[in-house]
Write a protein that binds this ligand. Sequence first.
Ligand SMILES: [Zn+2]
Length: 247
Amino acid sequence: MADSQPKKLILIDAGHGGPNDEGAVFTDQSGQVWRECDLTIQIARRVLNLLQADGRFMVMTTNEALDFPRDAACAARDRREMLGEYAMNAAAAGQPVSFLISIHVNSTEKRSSKPSGIVVCYNADAASAQQMKDSIIQNGAAAGEDLAGNRASNVVRRPELSMLNLPFPSLLVECGFIQNPHDFALLTSERGQALLAQSIAEGLSKLMWGTPLQQGRLLAADWPLDWSKFVPIPAPEPQIRPPLQKH
Ligand SMILES: [Zn+2]
């Protein structure tokens, strides 16, 4: 019985944030500016809500876990050390960190080609990355939406990424390419974000418990995106930030 087993503690890392780390920045045809750090927190929140509703997980964002404001500047190395310390304390308190999922949005410099599709990045655990990739793509396909895109491979080893060098298992999901019109619609709409989040949460459920999420799935009837009704979520106003202190 899943109910009698201890919950899995999942950390969700919404990529970027802080005064000097907006991630990818993209201006759409109407002149609206989109920042990766805003999209990642929106998708991360949805994953968090889905896992919390499931009941078999303890789940929080990395910023909540570390009690660290997302807008504060912090070097990637420091964040990695803080997460390592958090994991040690959590394990000592009887609730070890089971997994960290880092959520990002992909971007390309190339003007001519418009790459699309999700990419699951891993360091040590290729099998988990493969499983997460399959799960995301299958969940999308079940809803009538192609999340694989035009990539030759949807899994990439990225040993240099700090969030893939932690003392517990982790994966990083690039949720699509902001310059690609199809991916843009997914990344910036309620329905697209809901599908991406559901697909990631399903992947985590299968990785952690070997079974799908316990609550209902998105229905195929809700998909694919109806382009005539496509309404992007408005990008938040860029915050006015104090200039960086130079030491
Ligand atoms: Zn990123």
